[in-house]
Ligand binder design. Structure first.
Ligand SMILES: [Zn+2]
Length: 217
């Protein structure tokens, strides 16, 4: 991509991603950002090189034969995409990076209308959080809201601005309970974002709040 990404994954999140410790929703978002951002790709490679050295120095340990089936049985969430899958997984399609196409299972998003032209496609909803695509018409604000947990938003098309700055394709905004904001899409084209949360949003207005249980946003 020609434009340089200016808002990156927090370093701690990148380290957790490299270690495979992120939830499914956050892993997909991290993988999608890494696929769009050379800086974070380089840092991820450094993390992996360091982890490889640690593994080489660790003494091999005997593992019982049923370890893998037992581990698999304990996994409730879909497998988190790791960096290899960024390269080997589903191919990018249009504005959607490979990791997002994997989460979409190779199919186009199934959009739900939330009102005011805003659309959402839920990709995953589980105990560890939710992953969705959000499409906001050009120039339109998203109703003012705060967050119960942490929300990461990755821009895939267009851009938006809020009280904290401006975000374009490839940029990630991190929002938590301290941020109450009204993101507004740039003029020109719809702003399409990938949003990963570990808890539902908290809207300030009554109408969006009523819609919340319906759309699991
Ligand atoms: Zn980055």
């Amino acid at each position: 991509m020609s434009r340089k990404v200016t808002h990156h994954l927090p370093p701690a999140m990148l380290a957790q991603y490299a270690a495979g410790r992120l939830s499914y929703a956050f892993s997909v978002l991290a993988a999608a950002h890494v696929s769009l951002c050379r800086d974070c790709r380089d840092q991820l490679a450094a993390h992996e090189a360091a982890a490889g050295l640690l593994l080489e120095e660790a003494a091999p340990a005997a593992v019982s034969e049923d370890l893998l089936p037992r581990l698999l049985a304990r996994l409730e969430e879909p497998a988190a995409p790791q960096d290899r899958q960024v390269e080997d997984g589903a191919r990018p399609s249009g504005i959607y990076p490979g990791p997002v196409m994997m989460a979409l299972k190779g199919r186009p998003p199934r959009w739900w209308h939330l009102g005011s032209g805003i659309r959402q496609a839920l990709l995953h909803h589980g105990p560890g959080g939710s992953l969705r695509l959000l499409s906001v018409p050009a120039g339109r604000p998203v109703p003012r809201h705060t967050h119960r947990g942490t929300e990461f938003t990755l821009v895939l098309q267009g851009g938006f601005h809020d009280e904290t700055g401006h975000f374009s394709v490839g940029d990630v905004e991190v929002a938590d309970a301290r941020l109450e904001h009204t993101p507004t899409a740039d003029p020109g084209e719809a702003c399409i974002c990938l949003a990963a949360t570990d808890a539902p949003l908290r809207f300030s207005g009554i109408v969006p709040r009523l819609l919340q249980p319906l759309f699991r946003i």
